[in-house]
Every structure is written in structure tokens, then in C-alpha cells.
Design a protein around this ligand. Structure first.
Ligand code: HAM
Length: 416
């Protein structure tokens, strides 16, 4: 009975079992964020297109070809958010959060949109959760950010996780390094893929990500920014590493690590999982000391990350579906006083925090037992004609009389 309509390409429906697994991830993250003082915020699903062009960078794949952009009825260009950092910085400025005690520590969770070619772990609508710590350049904030994601993946039990760490230096150091890198790429233009060659001057860092052999050969001898770090940049990176060492967080320094967004400065990091195929990153982020100024605000250093909920689910595998909560099923004959009593009892149990359902489909008593079994009910309350009732334990089949005026205690054994 499938209708001709399907979820659009690269999107998916979240059905109840998957929703439970997501719920566990969301609750675990919320608890970790709250314990570290990162307050939840939410921004709209779409923003002015210019925010992403300026924030994420015109030369990035995201802005060049992956945005869902549309015009509203007033002719204004809007874009479904492809990422959350630029919107949070916009909100930080719009609401004068730079006047609050710094840093401002925020967390978020929600859907994001990128017009990418769909494959396992890569969707056109996906969900990220993440944190942003805005208003400090302390290496402590970088290390704390990394540790929050490390804790989250650890607490969820994501297997086979590795942390890669790099640094892009401050804005000035990054600029100087990019000139050096461009010179190297221009000197080897003939060996590069067409895509990399065309973007030497706009986005030379992406050459580190290329997988064609020619470009890889050129990059093997390319200068790395980690190797070129000097002065405060080198000290900052050394301190982040020392803090992670002291906390016992294992990582590998990857001098060729780059990320797909233009705003990064200094620390960048990526958590990869060997259970995932080509889309191996579960989460990542870094420092973005120039972004807020780029968006028209005062110079404000910041650091953060985002993790993909679908990637975490994939890495965890199927086993992670949470069992449904324990349920009571209250059988009732359709209509009449018995239905009203069943409804009242279900409400009483629910108010006491007990998951309780009743037949809404006018089934026969036999049909109701079948349904109770199907939904995994632990107990069925059987209402006897003329008042009174019985409780059937669905696992053992035992049935006993109960006092319906004291149903909560009868079900919980007095421990509700
Ligand atoms: P990103 O690396 O573009 O960073 O995305 C973060 C995470 O989102 C990825 O590690 C991945 O798990 C997930 N993800 C990205 N694209 C897709 C997709 N098409 N399908 C499924 N999952 C996807 C950012 O978005 C930055 N805003 C992170 C950040 C926060 N940096 C600093 N603060």
C-alpha cells in the first residue's frame, strides 16, 4: 500500500525504534553539556544566505554547491542551515551576548541540510549536536571542547574511535602559510587534479583532502602548517596537547588535517571511527577566532564542535535500540461504563508515572490480549463485569484479583 510519495532523496523517516536510540544519545549529550555548564540554545532552520557565504566561506564546497537556497516572497535569499556555528555567532551578536561574562558556553541540537550525494552516513537532512564556547582564546577551552566530545562518545560506547588533532595557526600565520602552500601547488600544477588546480588560489588547503594519486604525490612534499607554527601559535598548540595528555585523552597529531569550513584558526580536531566507511568522521570542530569579527562583531575568539547523530548511530550499530518502557495494558469492552473506568485507570497510572495504554480500536477481549502481547505489555488489567478486576502477568500468565481503587500500588508493589 505504498503511496507514490516517498521521503525526498537523502532524507529519512525516524521511526519509533530509531527515535528511542536517538533519545538516548540526546539525553546523554544534554547531561554532559549541563554538567559542564553549556546551556542549550536553538536557532532557526534557515538564515539569510549571506550569513553562510560570509561565515562558512565562498570557496568551500558547502557554499559552492551544497546549500538549499531559496527566495522568500519578498525576494530575499534564504538558505536552510548547512551548519550551526555561523548561526550561533549571529545570535551571539544579535542578542548582545558579547556583553555577558565571557566565555558564553552554548550547546545545540537539530537538523541541518546539505545538498550532497547521499550515501551511508551522508544525508541531505541530518542532525548535529554540538557546543560553542565563545569569548576566550584559552587552550583550556580547546581542551575542554575536545574532552566533552570524547566523553560523549565514550559514555555512549561508540567503538573504535580515534582523535586526530591539528592546528592551523592564528589568522596571520595561516595567511602566510597559505601563500607558501599556494607557491608549492603552483610549482606542481601539472601533477594536480583539475579540481584542485582550479582552486589553488581560493582554497589550497583542500588539496590535502584530495584522493587522486597525482595530488597526493604533490601533497606528500607540501609544507604543513603544524610544522610552520611559531611563537604564540606553537605555545597554544603545545598547551592544548599538554592538557589532553594530563586528562589522559589519546590523540594523534595529524599535520595534514584540514576541515571543510573556512573559519578555522589554531586548533582543529576530528573524531573518526573505524566502523564507518568513507564517511568516517563522527564529529569534529576547532577554534574560529576570526568568525565573529568576519560577521561584523568585535574580535572574539571561540572554539566548538559538532557531531553527527546519524554517524554516531551507524557507529553504534543496530544493537543500540533502547527497550520500550514497561507498559500496562488495560482491557476494556468497547463503550459503556467499562470504557470509562479503563480510561480513568489509564489516566491515574500515567499521572503516577506508569506507562499505560488501553484499547482504542474496539477489539474483542481476545484481540486485546493479542494486542497487549504485540506491544510488549508486562501486565494486563482485566476489568470484570460488575466491577472488580484482575491483573495478568504477561510473562508468567499468572492472574490475580486486584483492588482497582489501589491500582498504582497493586502494579508497583507500593514502590511508585
Ligand atoms: P562539519 O565537520 O561540517 O562541522 O560537520 C560536523 C559533523 O556533522 C560531521 O563530523 C558529521 O558527523 C556530521 N555531518 C556533516 N555532514 C553530514 C551529512 N551530509 N550527513 C550526515 N552527517 C553529516 C561543522 O558543521 C561545524 N559547524 C562544527 C563546528 C562547531 N566547528 C566549530 N564549532
Amino acid at each position: 500500500m505504498a503511496s507514490k510519495y516517498q521521503a525526498p532523496r537523502g532524507t529519512f523517516d525516524v521511526l519509533p525504534e530509531a527515535a528511542r536510540a536517538r533519545g538516548r544519545i540526546e539525553r546523554t549529550a544534554a547531561a554532559i553539556f549541563a554538567r559542564a555548564g553549556y546551556e542549550a540554545v536553538a536557532t532557526p532552520a534557515f538564515e539569510d544566505t549571506e550569513l553562510f557565504e560570509r561565515g562558512v566561506g565562498k570557496s568551500t564546497d558547502i557554499v559552492r554547491k551544497e546549500m538549499f537556497t531559496f527566495e522568500d516572497k519578498g525576494g530575499r535569499s534564504l538558505t536552510l542551515r548547512p551548519e550551526g556555528t555561523a548561526p550561533i555567532c549571529r545570535a551571539y551578536l544579535e542578542h548582545g551576548m558579547h556583553k555577558l561574562a565571557q566565555p558564553v558556553k552554548l550547546s545545540y541540537l537539530g537538523p541541518f541540510f546539505r545538498h550532497e550525494r547521499p550515501q551511508a552516513g551522508r544525508y541531505r537532512q541530518f542532525h548535529q549536536l554540538g557546543v560553542e564556547c565563545i569569548g576566550t582564546d584559552s587552550p583550556l577551552a580547546d581542551a575542554e571542547a575536545v574532552m566533552l566530545l570524547s566523553d560523549l562518545l565514550g559514555e555512549l560506547g561508540v567503538p573504535g574511535v580515534q582523535l586526530r588533532l591539528g592546528s592551523l595557526g592564528s589568522l596571520d600565520a595561516r595567511r602566510a602559510y597559505l601563500e607558501e602552500l599556494k607557491a608549492h601547488l603552483h610549482a606542481h600544477e601539472g601533477e594536480l587534479s583539475a579540481d584542485v588546480r582550479e582552486r589553488i588560489d581560493v582554497n589550497p588547503l583542500r588539496a590535502f583532502d584530495a584522493d587522486d594519486e597525482g595530488t597526493r604525490g604533490v601533497m606528500a612534499s607540501a609544507p604543513t602548517i603544524v610544522g610552520a607554527l611559531e611563537g604564540e601559535d606553537a605555545e597554544h598548540f603545545a598547551e592544548v596537547r599538554a592538557l589532553l595528555d594530563a586528562a589522559g585523552v589519546a590523540y594523534e597529531v595529524d599535520p595534514t588535517l584540514v576541515r571543510g569550513l573556512d573559519y578555522y584558526t589554531r586548533t582543529i580536531f576530528s573524531f573518526v571511527c573505524d566502523q564507518l566507511g568513507a564517511q568516517s568522521e563522527v564529529g569534529g570542530g576547532g577554534r574560529y577566532d576570526g568568525l565573529i569579527e568576519q560577521l561584523g562583531g568585535p574580535a572574539t575568539p571561540a572554539v566548538g564542535w559538532a557531531a553527527g547523530i546519524e554517524r554516531i548511530l551507524l557507529a553504534l550499530g543496530e544493537a543500540e535500540a533502547e527497550p520500550a518502557p514497561r507498559r500496562v495494558f488495560i482491557s476494556n469492552a468497547a463503550g459503556g461504563a467499562e470504557s470509562r473506568l479503563a480510561m480513568a485507570l489509564a489516566t491515574e497510572l500515567r499521572h503516577a508515572g506508569i506507562a499505560a495504554e488501553l484499547d482504542l480500536a474496539g477489539r474483542s477481549v481476545k484481540g486485546q490480549f493479542k494486542q497487549a502481547d504485540r506491544i510488549g505489555a508486562d501486565v494486563v488489567v482485566v476489568l470484570a463485569e460488575g466491577g472488580g478486576g484482575q491483573l495478568r502477568d504477561m510473562r508468567t500468565g499468572d492472574q490475580r484479583d486486584v483492588d482497582l481503587s489501589n491500582l498504582v500500588d497493586e502494579i508497583t508493589g507500593g514502590e511508585a
